[in-house]
Design a binder for this molecule. Structure first.
Ligand code: TUI
Length: 316
């Protein structure tokens, strides 16, 4: 029932992408998601190509199934990572935080399926024209760097505007939200937050606890007051003091210094005060630890029940 153009394109059992979360999405998690029938991603983040090559090789040891990498386009190593995708013969790449235009010809020549993450209809259309295989329409419920529009508003508008498959991201973490995304016109979903407490996810225990204990209003967006990038993260001392700094009209250099290393401090050190714990608004719904395969199978089984229920109009 969950065979879509997107799942068939990559031979996936389930049309779900594990988000390319910087510092978080490494070989163990990506391989577990791919092994479960979804699409695992290794995050390029701000890492150099040799680090990511090592992760790719490690994932290849762990699974024969397709996986990809995510390239954060503002990384100084984006060009190296773009070539790495080709050298390592990866079937798929996703991109974020910019337009991958300058890489499209080389990737097309190598047969790589390109799936840019987009926050707007205009960018989705541009990506389709450039030859993207699909787009991830990412709403501002998502963790990390976000655009303006919600998933509910963005996904159906993108689905109407392009002919390539649309993958919904932002606020998807269970059967209900998956079913809703499909009803909005998506042919798959991308999830990040719900994989943070996965057994195979290597983040610090404090990060997992932060997600499991979060409630609906636990996240906040930094970067909306000063210059820079809007980032959704758990509302802790780091996020609050950063917003205070922005409001005090600090310089870009001061803001960059305040944020430097904060994601690594969250993921690796579990620094609950000075770390940036990027997470989506759906964190409040994520209550259990489980294997990545269980997270995926439960989500799709629940969505299947909802979508085939004869009484779907009155299901609640
Ligand atoms: O990229 C993400 N999420 C991220 S990246 C990240 S690491 C980071 N750290 C500090 C500063 C910035 C990033 C954490 N989370 N999601 C995909 C995404 N892409 N969200 C928004 C966009 C986007 C924004 C503008 C994509 C394209 C775009 O277009 C600009 C243009 O070139 O027109």
């Amino acid at each position: 029932m969950f065979s879509t153009r997107f799942s068939r394109m990559l031979g996936l059992k389930y049309p779900v992408i594990q988000g390319g979360m910087a510092w978080v999405a490494e070989a163990t998690l990506a391989a577990a998601v791919s092994q479960a029938g979804g699409l695992g991603l290794i995050a390029g983040g701000a890492a150099p190509a040799d680090v990511i090559r090592r992760e790719i090789r490690r994932a290849k040891e762990l699974t024969q199934r397709p996986f990809g990498i995510n390239i954060m386009l503002i990384s100084e190593f984006a060009d190296d990572l773009a070539q790495l995708v080709i050298d390592e013969k990866l079937p798929v790449v996703t991109t974020g935080a910019g337009s991958p235009g300058r890489f499209m010809a080389a990737w097309a020549a190598a047969g790589v399926a390109v799936i840019p993450v987009v926050p707007s209809v205009a960018l989705a259309k541009r990506m389709e024209r450039l030859g993207a295989a699909a787009v991830v329409a990412e709403g501002c419920e998502s963790g990390g760097h976000i655009g303006e529009l919600t998933t509910m508003a963005l996904v159906p508008q993108v689905a109407d505007a392009v002919s390539i498959p649309v993958i919904a991201a932002g606020g998807v973490a269970d059967g209900r939200t998956l079913a809703a995304a499909l009803l909005l016109g998506a042919e798959g979903v991308q999830c990040g937050t719900c994989f943070l407490p996965a057994d195979e996810c290597q983040v610090h225990e404090n990060y997992k606890k932060m997600i499991l204990e979060a409630h609906d209003t636990s996240t906040i967006v930094t970067g909306r007051h000063g210059a820079g990038h809007p980032i959704r993260q758990i509302k802790n001392q780091m996020a609050r003091s950063y917003i205070e700094l922005e409001k005090s009209s600090a310089t870009l250099e001061e803001l960059e210094a305040a944020a430097a290393g904060s994601l690594r401090r969250a993921v690796q050190e579990g620094d609950v005060r000075q770390g940036s714990f990027m997470a989506g608004q759906i964190a409040g719904l994520v209550k259990t630890r489980a294997k990545a395969a269980d997270i995926i199978e439960t989500m799709f089984a629940d969505a299947a029940r909802l979508l085939t229920d004869a009484d779907v109009q009155n299901w609640r």
